[in-house]
Write a protein that binds this ligand. Sequence first.
Ligand SMILES: [Zn+2]
Length: 198
Amino acid sequence: MCTLRNLLEKNKQWSERVKSSDHNFFIDTAGHQNPEYLWIGCSDSRVSATNIVDVQPGEMFVHRNIANIVLDTDPGCLSVIQYGVQVLKVKHIIVCGHYGCGGIKAVINDDVEGVISVWLQTVRDLYIENKDKINVFSNPDARADLLSEINVLKQVENIYKTEAVQKAYRSGQELYIHGWIYDLKTGTIKDLNICIAQ
Ligand SMILES: [Zn+2]
């Protein structure tokens, strides 16, 4: 199956639908982007960034990876943060983890190998550091959910420490970093209320 006819057809219908409510939408947005938000989330197909906060193309700059991790050794993520902060001048960076995260569960259950295991090492470190608090729960899902929250807090801290963000704060740029968790079972987001602000 070399042509994904179903997706291409859906795309055609979607673009027609957008144009029917705003004739110049694509012409107006093609020349520039001016998003207010940078989203850093998990790659999980159920946590589709722009869908779950119901924003239009052009409103949100997005980076996603397994378990929404920000590493100071990952040029992909750091480039997105740098571009978002320095060039697009986003006002908000949102780290959004989610309950039921496969990456987090894999760490809790010690059930991961290969390159994904390497990628998840910092989450494993977090689990080890917070084991007493997390293992209060006997249910592995509850353990994973708490580790998901702890992981978001850590990534907010990691973003705060990046060169691009520190430079922005030094220059007085308005920038807020938020930590959120999405609940797959309800479709709702919980704000972890750890906003860092300039
Ligand atoms: Zn996930």
